[in-house]
Design a protein around this ligand. Structure first.
Ligand SMILES: [Zn+2]
Length: 324
């Protein structure tokens, strides 16, 4: 190793960062009453399913770690399980062009370049097509496995069907339970800059459970309970000294953040009360924490954030938008 290298090793940047780009991964349409209240029964909006490309650079080795957060809609909807295909009929109009593969390609990346796919949760409109990522390791929050295996308690609503064979065998990690304190594993990496999914959940400001993925504060997994078991968000620090919170389905509509609307409920054919969140109270608490972050200046981006997507200022923040 040259003396220049050893010099660089001692000069870690005071604050480690990641880069974050949005990936356009299809659009579909939602009946608004299933998400917000009060609203007319007929109101519908077409929303994006956003994913994110996150890149981390190791300060010592310059090793790049490439992460995609969510995969959006599956390009060929006929490859969804039958119950999901039936549900999709209620989500029209819908387009899957571009999908995550095309969005990555527009920035010059192939699926094989992606080290990790982290799912915010395993609802159909976030899972994309795992078979398109033959080498990536898939990461899900605690509880996702039992949902996929059908061993979780029943969830009402047509949106909650899961594919038991979703995750590739041998290439999937389920994070530990954020509510159970575990001893840091001795053999797990603790060096700043190395990715580690087995660290301890710790409080970060108003967020009670976060996982510092690179042990350098650049990218935190945030426990975001309420929407679905295993629902997680990401909080990223970027080089322009900003923080970006990728909220997944913690909230589907910005009017819930402003307090203009409350969470919607509806009755299914059997008269059961349904909610898009599996635990409404926890979902409200998660939304409250996101409100606090926004007040602190953190940028909030929802997975179905039509306002963020249609803001012209964000056009160049899609992967590949500045290339070519
Ligand atoms: Zn969802």
């Amino acid at each position: 190793m040259s003396s220049d290298d050893s010099h660089a090793r001692s000069e870690h940047p005071a604050t480690a960062t990641v880069s974050v780009h949005a990936l356009s991964c299809g659009h579909f349409s939602l009946p608004e009453y299933q998400f917000v209240h009060p609203v007319s029964q007929e109101a519908r909006r077409t929303v994006p399913s956003l994913a994110f490309y996150i890149q981390h650079l190791h300060p010592d080795t310059s090793k790049q770690t490439r992460i995609v957060f969510d995969l959006g809609l599956r390009k060929d909807v006929k490859r969804y399980a039958q119950p999901i295909q039936r549900h999709i009929k209620t989500r029209q109009p819908m387009t899957t062009n571009p999908d995550v593969i095309q969005s990555l390609a527009s920035g010059g990346l192939q699926p094989e370049d992606i080290d990790y796919v982290i799912y915010s949760h395993v609802h159909w409109d976030h899972i994309g097509e795992p078979r398109d990522f033959p080498t990536s390791t898939f990461v899900v929050g605690h509880g996702a496995h039992s949902l996929l295996n059908g061993t979780s308690s029943s969830l009402r609503g047509g949106h909650s069907f899961f594919e038991s064979d979703l995750l590739p065998e041998g290439r999937a990690i389920e994070l530990s339970d954020p509510l159970v304190q575990t001893l840091e594993k001795h053999n797990s990496s603790t060096a700043a800059g190395d990715i580690n999914f087995e660290g301890s959940w710790r409080a970060h400001g108003a967020l009670p459970q976060t996982l510092d993925l690179f042990n350098d504060g650049s990218l935190l997994v945030v426990n975001a309970p309420g929407h679905l078991p295993g629902h997680i968000n990401l909080l990223a620090r970027t080089s322009d000294n900003r923080q970006i919170y990728m909220a997944g389905d913690a909230c589907h509509d910005r009017r819930l953040l402003t307090g203009e609307k409350t969470i919607g409920e509806w009755n299914d054919a059997q008269g059961h009360v349904c909610c898009i969140h599996s635990d409404r109270k926890q979902a409200e608490e998660t939304i409250e924490r996101i409100r606090k972050l926004e007040k602190e200046g953190v940028e909030i981006i929802l997975a179905h954030d039509i306002e963020w997507e249609s803001d012209p200022a964000n056009r160049t923040r899609f992967f590949g938008a500045g290339i070519g």
